[in-house]
Structures are given as C-alpha cells and as structure tokens.
Design a binder for this molecule. Structure first.
Ligand SMILES: Nc1nc2c(ncn2[C@@H]2O[C@H](COP(=O)(O)OP(=O)(O)O)[C@@H](O)[C@H]2O)c(=O)[nH]1
Ligand SMILES: [Mg+2]
Length: 493
C-alpha cells in the first residue's frame, strides 16, 4: 500500500474511532458498537487493498479492441490481441508506479497477467499516471460465472469504466447488451471509446459519433463522454491518457467510499456522546453554597463582632444544614456535571460520586471539625485594662491636685499635671486596644471562613469532582474520537 495520502489518513480515522469505542465501553449500546466495528473492519479491508490507486477498466465486446487499447495506453505489448487468441479469458493489469499486490490478488488477476510500468525508465512522461491500475477485463461475451464474480468484486473499485466499441458493431454490442447496461447503470464514471476509427473514412466520423451519442441518450446515458481513437494508429490515445491523468488527480472511488463509510460510522455514533463536554462548577463555588447553607458567613460575622467588642459576647455556632439542602446542592452539581450526556454516561457519573447520605455526613464532619476562635484578644484586653487603670489613677491625681492647688500650689500643680499625663496615656492605651481588637476580629473571622470553606472544598473535591473526572474524561476522549477532533496518535510517514 502506498504510504501517506488518503490511505494513511483513513487508517488513522479507523484507529481513532476504534479507540473511542474501547474507551466508551458499555456506555454505547453493544449492538451499536458491534455494528461500528463491523463497518470499520470493512473500511480496514478496503484500506488493505489500497485506496490511493486509480482503477480504470476496459470493457466491451470481443474484437472491439480493448486489448489493443490496453497496449496502446501502456506502450507495451502485453495484452493478448485478438489475432493471436480470439478472446481474452483472463484479466490483465498494468500498474503505474507500484505493485498493487493486494488489490490485484483481490481482483483475482493472475500474477503472470500483471505488468508494471517502471516510471524510473519512462521519466516524466508516465509520472502523471502514477497510481493508475489499468485493467483489460475478460471479454464480457465470453464471460463465465467465475468472471462475473470477478466483475462484481471489481465494480465498487472502478474509478473509470472505459467502454470500448468499434465503428461497425457499436449498435448491437454497446447498448443492447444486458451485461453492459447493468455495468453502466451501476457506474457513474464512464467514457465510451469508439475505437478503430482508422477503418472508417474521416468524413464518417461525425456520423458515427452522433449515432453512438443518440443510442446513449436512448439508454439514459446522455452525459457520457465519447472519445474517438485508433489503437492501431495511436490517434486519440494521448487525449485518453490526459483523461486518465485527470481521474488520477482526483480522489479514488475506494478512498471516497471508505471516507463515506467512516463518516457514516461517525454519524451513527455521535448521538451516543454529548454535543458538548459538560462543564461542572468548580469545587470552590459549591463549597461556598454549602457554607451559606450552614450559616458559616453569619458565624464569621459573629466572630468579627465578638472579638471587636470590649465586652464578652457569645459566638454563634455553625448549623448542620438540612440534608435536603446538601442533597439539592449535590443534585445541582450533578445536573451541571452531566448536562447533555446520554443516559449511560450520566449514570456512570452518578454512580461514581458519593451518595447523598455520605456527602451530607462528610459536609457536616468538615463543618463540625472547624474549631471556633477565642472571642477575645488577650493582649488587647490587657492593654485596655491598663488604660482604664491609668485613666482612673490620672483622674484621682487630677482631682487631688486641683484641691491642693490653692493651699500648696506647687504640689497641687505637679499632681494635676501627672494626672493629666496619665489620662493621656490611658486614652492612648484604650485606642490602641480597640484598633488591635478590630484587626484581630477581622483576622479571626477571615481565618474561620477560609478554614471552613477549604474543608468544604475538599469534601466536594473528594466526593464529587475527583470521582466524576474519570467517566467525564473518558466521555471527553470518546467524544473527540467519534467526532474526529481528537489529535491523531500515530506518527505519520
Ligand atoms: N484497424 C484497427 N484494428 C484494430 C484496432 N484496435 C484493434 N484492432 C484489431 O481488432 C482485433 C481485436 O482486437 P483486440 O484488442 O483483441 O480486441 P478485444 O477483443 O476487445 O481485446 C485485433 O485484430 C486488432 O488488431 C484499431 O484501432 N484499428
Ligand atoms: Mg482482448
């Protein structure tokens, strides 16, 4: 098989879909998977024959000049021409550029009926025909049942059917042959070649062509191209070779068929994966919902107020959320984590995450195990106590100093001064204590909120997110493989 090209690409496609089916496993119904494998096996078979060839077959009645044309097109004297043997009972093949062994084996062309056109010897002249497999088929009027079978194998692989007629007998052996009509009906890429035009006068050419065209129209083959050639003189052979080169430049029927089969397999599978990969919410977001449901924000607020206050205030406690609340939060997460998934995939996700009761228990354990902080800042409390004491003492000194002022001015003045200074110190201490309490309050509330949310996040992570990642990841790669947007794993070349 030639490397690269459509064959390599389609082989990668088959591998990609096969891997996707393996990944999906039972999440795609067994009969669907089995049918897909069967279709892919057929594609593989096609690929084994090679899809980068262009198969051109010469058909027509005995003596029309198929074998002669085969020789003219290949510039070889390989096919048996009628003068030596009246009919060709065995197919012959000329191959340009490769051996096409599997293909010719499949078509039951005997090894000694194959000839290879070595492009190396021919140079550029034959380059444009590389990949061509030209077949000289057994004469259809000598066809036995074994040959009919050969033709049936061949038909789906033919890229161009060259129907050879001669100017004398075209009317009876072209269009009134059941066999040829059947061939034509099943083949859209066809050209009718009127051979042996050297045997009729040039003046009769148009007449013959018009007659054949009319008969083709009558048979519903109006679009078929007509070429006039002479295998003997070589007239028109070059035009035919140009036509072959054009067919070769396009994609082969086998490649197109394999591609269609691959697309059909993809189409049948695509409904068994989601159109989009679900995007479950982050664990942090779910943890915040759980925290709200358990009153965590109000507990944090009560911590802030209690610690900030100089008086002793009792802290609020975390409430166990109603199990219906945790169940609803779990359900909502599951809904988003399985959005658009076909049932078997959704069930796979549902089965892998923690059950309602377990989740509810884990949430409570996480909440419960978060210790509440102390409601007072000791340093701030001490600062405040010292401040109040200094304030009291300062006040006493001020009063005593004021009382002594008239009798002992100097002593009274100093006492009052000291008292005023102490009051100032007291004020500073009380203010420092208040600032410290507020800062500590903020820190402790924040810390509690943070610890609790982190604990809840790991519950959500352990119970929901992480377990679901397995089936969701498998779905994602199966989906990509089925749709054909997964990166190709094999190395090319
Ligand atoms: N004059 C002339 N004779 C031809 C031409 N092509 C084939 N023949 C002859 O027609 C006879 C049958 O040719 P052959 O190639 O064996 O036809 P086949 O039975 O279709 O394979 C042979 O005697 C050929 O020499 C042609 O273009 N001109
Ligand atoms: Mg022949």
């Amino acid at each position: 098989m030639p490397t690269g090209g459509a064959g390599q690409e389609l082989g990668d496609d088959v591998e990609q879909i096969t891997t996707a089916l393996d990944t999906a496993g039972a999440r795609i119904p067994g009969e669907i998977t089995a049918a897909a494998h069967e279709d892919l096996a057929q594609v593989t078979q096609r690929l084994a024959l090679g899809v980068d060839y262009t198969v051109v077959a010469l058909v027509g009645g005995t003596g029309s000049g198929k074998s002669s044309l085969f020789n003219a097109l290949s510039s070889l004297q390989f096919a048996d021409v009628g003068v030596i043997r009246p009919t060709t009972s065995q197919a012959a093949a000329c191959i340009w550029g490769s051996k096409a062994t599997a293909l010719l084996d499949f078509l039951q062309v005997a090894p000694d009926r194959r000839i290879q056109r070595e492009s190396a010897l021919d140079g550029d002249a034959e380059e444009e025909l590389t990949g061509l497999v030209l077949l000289d088929l057994p004469d259809h009027d000598s066809v036995e049942s074994t040959h009919a079978e050969q033709v049936n194998r061949l038909l789906p692989l033919i890229d161009l059917l060259i129907w050879v007629v001669d100017p004398q007998k075209y009317a009876d052996n072209v269009l009134h042959e059941e066999y040829l009509r059947a061939l034509a009906a099943r083949h859209e890429a066809m050209v009718v070649v009127i051979n042996q035009i050297d045997t009729i006068p040039v003046s009769a050419h148009d007449q013959v062509r018009d007659d054949v065209a009319r008969l083709l129209v009558e048979d519903g083959l109006a679009d078929v191209q007509i070429e006039m050639v002479s295998a003997r003189t070589g007239e028109g052979v070059e035009r035919l070779r140009t036509l072959l080169a054009e067919v070769i430049a396009g994609e082969s029927v086998a490649a197109r068929t394999a591609r269609d089969e691959v697309s059909a397999v993809r189409r049948r599978l695509v409904g068994h994966v989601a159109a989009q990969d679900p995007a479950p919410p982050e664990a942090e977001a779910v943890a915040e919902d759980l925290a709200t449901a358990s009153g965590v924000p109000s507990v944090a607020e009560s911590i802030r107020r209690a610690v900030a206050s100089p008086r002793a205030v009792a802290l609020a406690e975390v409430q166990r959320p109603a199990s219906s609340r945790t169940a609803a939060i779990r359900d909502r997460w599951l809904g988003q984590a399985t959005a658009g998934l076909p049932t078997p995939w959704r069930e796979a996700v549902v089965q892998t995450v923690a059950e309602e009761a377990a989740f509810d228990e884990h949430v409570w354990t996480a909440l419960h195990s978060q210790a509440l902080p102390a409601s007072t800042d000791r340093v701030a409390a001490a600062q405040r106590t010292a401040g109040l004491a200094a304030g009291g003492l300062g006040l006493v000194l001020l009063i005593v100093g004021a009382a002594l002022f008239s009798s002992a001015t100097a002593v009274g003045g100093s006492l009052a001064g000291a008292g005023a200074a102490l009051l100032l110190v007291a004020l500073v201490l009380v203010l420092v204590a208040r600032t410290r309490r507020r800062r500590t309050a903020g820190e402790r509330a924040e810390d509690f909120l943070h610890r609790t949310t982190a604990a809840l996040t790991s519950v959500v992570s352990d119970d929901l997110v992480r377990p679901a990642q397995v089936p969701l990841g498998e779905h994602s790669s199966a989906r990509a493989g089925i749709r054909g947007d997964a990166p190709v794993s094999t190395t090319r070349g």
